[in-house]
Design a protein around this ligand. Structure first.
Ligand SMILES: [Zn+2]
Length: 68
């Protein structure tokens, strides 16, 4: 059984393409995605690969660290 270490979601500085509110990066046991804090729309992380901020980068690196 794998235990998840670190936060399950974090607030990024990336803005929702739909409403302009900040997006959260979230993970489940099997997936990671971006979700708007206002309109709750979900997006693939890859969608924002070009705009990746420090929060996102750190979140993803802790995610990969969990899998080692
Ligand atoms: Zn939104």
């Amino acid at each position: 059984m794998a235990y998840l270490i670190g936060p399950r979601h974090a607030r990024t500085t990336i803005l929702c393409p739909h409403c302009g509110a900040p997006l959260d990066i979230r993970r489940t046991c099997w997936d990671v995605f971006m979700q708007c804090s206002s309109c709750n729309k979900a997006f693939k992380v890859e969608t924002f690969a070009q705009q990746m901020d420090d929060v996102m980068e750190e979140f993803l690196s802790s995610l990969y660290a969990d899998r080692t």
